[in-house]
Design a protein around this ligand. Sequence first.
Ligand SMILES: Cc1ncc(COP(=O)(O)O)c(C=O)c1O
Length: 353
Amino acid sequence: MNPYWSRIARELSPYVPGEQPRIANLVKLNTNESPFGPSPRAMAAMQDAAADTLRLYPDPEATELCQALAAHHGVKPDQVFVGNGSDEVLAHAFVALLKQPKPLLFPDVTYSFYPVWAQLFGVACKIVPLDDGMRLRIEDYRREAGSIVIANPNAPTGIALPRAEIARLLEDHRDIPVLIDEAYVDFGGESAAPLIADHPNLLVVQTMSKSRALAGLRVGYALGDAGLIEALRRVKDSFNSYPLGRVAQAGATASLRDDGYFRKSCSLVMAAREAMTRELVKLGFVVLPSSANFVFARHPRRSGTELAAALRDRAVLVRHFNKPRTEPWLRITVGTEDDIQRLIAAAAEILGS
Ligand SMILES: Cc1ncc(COP(=O)(O)O)c(C=O)c1O
């Protein structure tokens, strides 16, 4: 251990992001990126923004982007906060809202960054197991809590709760902050954003990385009561006042103005997800019902470790979480038609079907 490390650095167990390897002809289905490019309008706006003005700092409040997001979601601009990917927005929310004297609740099988931020920021937490079918039950959250974070649709299961269930959770917990992480909501989920008007404790977090194919740009945002947004701003301005560069602000704003492209790519991904699910089921996989741009699947005859390695040997990369409850499962991103054909052919060969 390096002697210069702080105690915090020594004690961390950092999040491990999905691999970004440079292997030729790889089928990359491990980090839930979009199989399509960003909106052509976003591309043009980013090219325009790559100009002499880059010598100047960007708008620290990303005013135009916040206005476009407010119009898109039917809220006011002071109910919007943007950050460098939703990971940064979530990290700020842990500090600004979720760190309370009583514990933060979240599921055992969920986005694996939550326990990492809890550790980094010293947030006490209580893990609430999903049921045997990997479903989240709102009743299980009827207990003493300081705050709650839930991914809806959940990751890596892909299972979504209807808005009415989130409303039930909010009725049970009017006095604590509740964060709904909607990274995958555009692929068939129901956003909790319409509940913001009646729930000053609700923060909804979304990203442009998945449904808007801008993972490389790093733009995420939160929607909520102006009081909650103010807390996020206070943390941001104590950390990095300019989280989004000029190119990112321009590209994200233009993407929001291209609703036709957005809707079309989401529906193509959803149709491809159903086709991919049918093919996996034909090979004997058990596939959870997904409302995301990935599926969570296991095969009764092979372990997850074995399948992930055998697929990798055939240049097909999927995500495997080697923890007791998730070991049998693979999280597979919905790719292009060609990606899906290659995945299915590789899986068929491995299974000898
Ligand atoms: C549930 C969930 N939330 C948030 C994120 C972070 O996305 P980003 O930082 O790209 O906006 C991810 C990324 O995979 C995710 O799966």
